[in-house]
Design a protein around this ligand. Structure first.
Ligand SMILES: [Zn+2]
Length: 92
């Protein structure tokens, strides 16, 4: 398996958060999220979509990245996310 550098993929369903143009590309990137503090601090690795706009040059994170981070924290805390709950629901 070869690891390739993340490439931005044009996403025409998105409007730029800054200028509103439909010139937004998405780059999926690994990001480290630190949860908690002191001895109980944990670093969670998440794979999130960075948006970048070729019109105004801004980069930003939207609700999709927030959901992914939220799910990572839920898993870390032992709370099953909805997909996993459905999967485990059939097991007795
Ligand atoms: Zn823009």
């Amino acid at each position: 398996m070869t690891k390739t550098d993340p490439q931005p993929v044009a996403d025409r369903d998105l409007d730029c958060a800054q200028c509103g143009a439909k010139t937004v590309a998405t780059t999926w990137t690994d990001d480290a999220l630190v949860w908690g503090s002191g001895d109980s601090a944990a670093t969670l690795t998440v794979h999130i979509p960075y948006r970048s706009c070729s019109s105004c040059g801004c980069t930003y994170l939207d609700h999709e990245a927030e959901d992914i981070r939220h799910n990572a924290v839920c898993r870390h805390l032992g709370v099953k996310d909805p997909d996993e709950l459905r999967r485990f629901g059939n097991r007795k």
